[in-house]
Design a protein around this ligand. Structure first.
Ligand SMILES: [Zn+2]
Length: 345
């Protein structure tokens, strides 16, 4: 029995206990290579599409598919089939809370393909319309890493052996009758809370990532807000923010240095220099009005008012506002004041 657990093992074991989704059936599969595709995919310009929606003809099956996820978190798919051979059919399915919109779209297409196969349809022109370009592109790829996409791809290829199958993109919410009806059906499916066990479809990799990321973000914020040190940094960054982090990391080297220094408070402004006993006073040497903190430099010091109006147009008199100020503007302001390059007095 192994008793000497490393910290990473403990983290993984905790995650498995906290998130049962990790142990549920997964959608991710080892990469499968599949070619050639027996069906055609069409993604046209929006303007070209409206005119090309033709009326029903003999030996033609037109399918409209859609997937949806409501604010309640539940997903559903909707399918509408127009055909002289099969008649007009429509149905919707509830797909539970773990299904993503992309999976719901794929599920709708798969349902169409299975229905056609089940009815032994041959020598027909079959068009499956979807408003999901992502689904069409995923199904057209010869490399597949998703169980759902793989299953759908095989089902379409199966019916394409004896039919001419086209997978076609139509713009969503553009008053195209078939798409609007499929959308209504998908929403109807999403509005039903399933009674069976979840997950209805295999859990997508992005769902697991999102669950873990959200929890990591919550844990990070909890740890950050409960700290008693880092006072200045917590004033300028009250909560962690991935978007601001990305913006900071995209800055040029000197800008990155300035912004990191000002947001953390570890810079040559007099407040910090006084704390580190490198200055006799914490007061701003430019205006002598108050302590020279990052908040004072960015939002208050009257000496830099003209530059502030140019680069930080919104008044930032309280720390809360600094946390909202775009990083690029702060970087430009700091470059132009050159205060961080000056030697403290
Ligand atoms: Zn000042």
């Amino acid at each position: 029995m192994i008793t000497n657990k490393t910290s990473h093992r403990i983290i993984c074991e905790k995650a498995l206990r906290r998130y049962p989704e990790i142990l549920m059936p997964q959608d991710k599969i080892p990469t499968k290579i599949h070619f050639p595709q027996k069906f055609t995919t069409v993604i046209e310009e929006r303007t070209a599409i409206k005119g090309s929606l033709t009326a029903q003809r003999t030996n033609t099956i037109t399918c409209w598919t859609d997937g949806s996820k409501l604010d309640t978190g539940y997903s559903g798919s909707g399918v509408l089939i127009n055909s002289q051979t099969l008649g007009d059919i429509s149905w919707y399915t509830s797909l539970g809370k773990y299904t993503t919109v992309f999976q719901a779209e794929i599920h709708a297409i798969l349902t169409c393909a299975n229905y056609v196969a089940h009815n032994n349809i041959t020598h027909h022109n079959i068009t499956i319309n979807t408003d999901s370009q992502a689904s069409i592109k995923a199904l057209a790829q010869y490399k597949q890493t998703s169980k759902m996409v793989r299953q759908c791809n095989l089902a379409i290829n199966n019916i394409a052996s004896n039919n001419l199958v086209t997978l076609k993109w139509v713009p969503g919410h553009s008053n195209i009758e078939g798409n609007e009806k499929a959308d209504t059906l998908a929403k109807r499916g999403s509005s039903i809370i399933p009674t069976g066990p979840e997950p209805i479809l295999p859990i997508a990799n992005c769902t697991i990532k999102s669950i873990l990321n959200n929890q990591a973000k919550k844990d990070h914020n909890k740890k950050w807000t409960s700290r008693t040190d880092c006072r200045q940094a917590r004033e300028t960054m009250p909560l962690t923010c991935a978007k601001r982090t990305r913006m900071i990391l995209s800055l040029r080297r000197q800008e990155l240095k300035n912004v990191t220094a000002i947001l953390s408070g570890h810079c040559n402004l007099n407040k910090h220099m006084f704390i580190t006993k490198m200055s006799n006073t914490p007061v701003c040497p430019k205006c002598n009005l108050e302590e020279e903190t990052p908040t004072h430099h960015l939002g208050v010091c009257p000496i830099y008012q003209r530059l502030r109006q140019k680069y930080i147009p919104l008044p930032i008199n309280v720390p809360y506002d600094i946390s909202k100020c775009p990083i690029k503007n702060i970087a430009q302001f700091l470059t132009n004041t050159s205060r961080l390059k000056e030697i403290s007095t």
